[in-house]
Design a protein. Structure first.
Length: 109
């Protein structure tokens, strides 16, 4: 589902910058700041030492917060927020752009 969110943000913004920064910020917060697991391991030198006393469906168990069922709800909210924050990007096809450039009277030399 994160892959679909990444494609959605790239489609709306026209750049991969947002999704790369978002993923880096999420990983940093989940692994270093909140001391969650990533692929079953804790980060060395983490800031906080948290523990979650809940079912593995809510905490992600040994795989960490990325394996939690709550991720689906969070990503659904992110889809909705991004949909309203960034409207559809007006993208013209490369063929149309190239044709208009060739036919343009102000071509660079």
């Amino acid at each position: 589902m994160f892959g679909l969110f990444a494609c959605f943000t790239i489609r709306r913004t026209g750049s991969i910058t947002f999704v790369v920064g978002f993923h880096a910020a999420f990983d940093w917060a989940a692994i270093y700041f909140y001391s969650g697991r990533n692929a079953g391991e804790f980060a060395p030198g983490r800031l906080l030492n948290t523990s979650w006393a809940a079912s593995e469906r809510l905490t992600g168990g040994m795989l960490g917060p990325e394996a939690s069922w709550l991720v689906f709800a969070v990503l659904a909210l992110l889809f909705a927020a991004f949909h309203f924050a960034y409207r559809q990007l007006d993208v013209t096809s490369p063929a149309t752009t190239a044709a208009s450039f060739v036919d343009s009277p102000q071509r660079p030399a």
